[in-house]
Structures are given as C-alpha cells and as structure tokens.
Design a protein around this ligand. Sequence first.
Ligand code: ATP
Ligand code: LTN
Length: 334
Amino acid sequence: MLNDKKILYSGMQATGTLTLGNYLGALKNWVNLNEEYECIYGVMDLHSLTVRQNPAEFRKNARSLYALYVAAGLNPEKNCIYYQSHVPGHAQLSWILGCFTYMGELNRMTQFKDKSAKHTDNINAGLYTYPVLMAADILLYQADVVPVGQDQKQHLEITRDIAQRFNAVYGEVFTVPKAYIPKAGAKIMSLADPQKKMSKSEENPNASIWLMDDRDSIIRKFKRAVTDSDTVVRYAKEKPGISNLMDIYSCVTGKNYDEIEKEFKGKGYGDFKLAVGEAVADELAPLQKRYTELMADKTYIESMIKMNDEKAAFYAAKTLRKVHKKVGLTEMIK
Ligand code: ATP
Ligand code: LTN
C-alpha cells in the first residue's frame, strides 16, 4: 500500500436496501475508523448471487449501495470503494483458498444453515462456499482489520484459519486479519420481534428501519416497536425489546445505558420510543439528503467507480501473483 497505515477492509452484499442494523453494526463504524486506516470497501455483488436476483433490480441495488457508502461519509477520493465483481482476483483466489478449506469447517457455518433453511428450493454450492469467497476478499488486500456486525464473526474466524493454514505451508503470504465488532450496535434486533436480527431480507415492513425511510415512518415504527409490559426504561436481559431500543439510542446519541436510564427516569415507554425515533430520524437526515444528490450525479459516481476499480485490481493482482508463485502455478509466458 501507499503509506504506513494498517489496512481496513469491509463490504456488504448488494441485496435490497440497507437497514438501521447494517448502518449501526457496520457502516457507521467504517466511518468512525476511517482516518486511522487505509480503507477498502467493496460492493459485494458476487456474494449476492447466492440468492436469486432480478437482474435490473440487482444492478440498481448495487449502485445504490455504492452511493450509500459515500453518503454515510466515506470519501471515494480517499478510500478505495469498488465493485467486487470488477476485480477478477476475488474469484481466482477463492478457487485456490477453496482447496485449503475443509468441508467440515463449512458445515459448521451458521449463516449457511440459516440461509439454507430460508431458501430450501435453492441450496446452491455458492451458498456453501460463501465464506471462502469472503476469505478471498479479505486476504487479497492483506487486511489487518475487518469491521462487521456480530453475525459475521464466524466468517472472520474461518478466514483467519484459512490464512494461517496457508501461511504454515508457504510462509508469511497473508496478513491474518482481526474482526472489529462494535460493543453497542453489533446486533440490532427486529422491532417486531426482539429475538430476531433486524435484516435486509425481512418481509414485515414494521420490523426494520430502512435507511431511506422518511421521518414519519421512522417515528411510527419506533412507536409500534414490540416491548414488554413493564414501564421502566432499564437495560436487562429479560427486556430484549427495550434493551434493543436502548442500544439504538446509545449508538446514535453516544450516551451510555446509565445516562439513558437517568434521562427517562419517571417517564414511560411512550416518551422513550418517541425520543429514539427522533434521534434516529435526525441521524439519518443528512445521509438521506446526500444520497439523493449523489444518485443524481451519475458522472461523479461513475468516475469514482472506475478509478477505484482500477486501484483495487492493482492491489489484488499483487497478492494473487504472489500466491500463484508460492503454490507453484506456472507463470504466463510474455
Ligand atoms: P440479509 O438479510 O440479506 O442476510 P443482512 O441485513 O444480514 O442481509 P449483510 O449484507 O449480510 O446484511 O450485512 C452487512 C453488514 O451489516 C455486516 O457487517 C453485518 O454484520 C451487519 N449487520 C447486518 N444486520 C445487522 C444487525 N441487525 N445488527 C448489526 N449489524 C448487522
Ligand atoms: N458476508 C458479509 C459481506 C462480505 C464481507 C466481505 C464483509 C462479503 N465479503 C469481506 C467483510 C469483508 C456480510 O455482511 N454478509
């Protein structure tokens, strides 16, 4: 890389619209860590193909995800923000790493189990080898740190195992990456069922806050959020609904649980839910404005994509050349 900073790598699947969970669990932390690291962010469109996509919608979602990264505060002129499918090295390294991954390891992946239970008609091999492609994404750029939500922890662990296994045979080829999982916001739960993760692919419109929801919908959804029959705003295991709202409020305002409990002492759930709704709407308003402006400026976005695709391809080719050499693949004759 060009400077001495450590490398941060992350990305999201280009599937559907982002939720508040994606934002608080991942995107917001990317922005917070931005200055400290040399950052690379991918629009993970190859991963999205593990679930059947409508081609036109998919293309739109990918562009929209790119714009959301930028609208959230990632500067494409300083950070490498690119499309995974535009860099062939991902698929190439993924094949090689697949030969260093055991089926027993992949069988243990909870995301594979969850997704195959959800899409029983399409349990494809891509869904199964998804973690190998993810390992390739990360190792291709020699990433030191990977900020993700709690649900991706297992994928980071397998990435580390694959890197260490490869390095044990061929020497220090890959940097062994660390997961960065935030304390608050690592797992935002559904507003309709606080036992379930807030998810992009959720069908109940009241369960998730979408990043593009307008102020009124945000406030209305928080008002309706499922909580217990108590009235005291207090963080507790047996109060998952209120605890989830406290997590959200904490991420957005920076206040800790004690401060929140004090702020709402003697007040009911109604006041608290309204405050959470307003705080979230305030947080998202500038992002929404910037997103709309960016989506209208096709020339700018496309010039950024082009420049960063080239940058990413350059970094990736360097690692791939090294890997080919180490495993003994014959160099192309020039
Ligand atoms: P899907 O529902 O399609 O599986 P998803 O909402 O889980 O999608 P991903 O693209 O898989 O979204 O995740 C993008 C990033 O957002 C990951 O870092 C993931 O850990 C994080 N993330 C997703 N959902 C949540 C959540 N509810 N709370 C915190 N972080 C989350
Ligand atoms: N599996 C991740 C998306 C993803 C990713 C990555 C995240 C694909 N490749 C590399 C970090 C680093 C998810 O969020 N579902």
